[in-house]
Design a protein. Structure first.
Length: 104
């Protein structure tokens, strides 16, 4: 399966292409469609499996850039994870009209 088969916004698909991501990881294939449907998920997978993007991609996919208000809140247990997630949001949203920041 490719990212283009996951019903993602063109801006996200372009960013993923720019980042060199062509094929979702196993965890992304399983998580992204369910998250887009609005399902509640608990995911466990090894480090480096793409979990952060698996949650960030559908969260960004659901943002309405015409609404000028906060639409997504991501809570992380550590400053390091907060920065990693903020970087992932920044990279994947690079073609979207929105802002993001980490607060700790």
């Amino acid at each position: 399966m490719s990212f283009s088969e996951l019903s993602l916004r063109p801006e996200i698909l372009q960013a993923l292409t720019d980042l060199g991501y062509h094929t979702p990881t196993d965890v992304q294939n399983q998580v992204i469609p369910l998250a887009i449907e609005g399902k509640n998920l608990v995911v466990q997978s090894h480090t480096g499996s793409g979990k952060t993007a698996a949650f960030v991609i559908p969260a960004l996919n659901g943002i309405d850039s015409r609404r000028r208000m906060p639409q997504v809140l991501i809570l992380e247990p550590t400053r390091e994870l907060a920065m990693q997630t903020r970087d992932e949001v920044f990279n994947i949203s690079r073609h979207m009209r929105m802002g993001s920041l980490a607060v700790f």
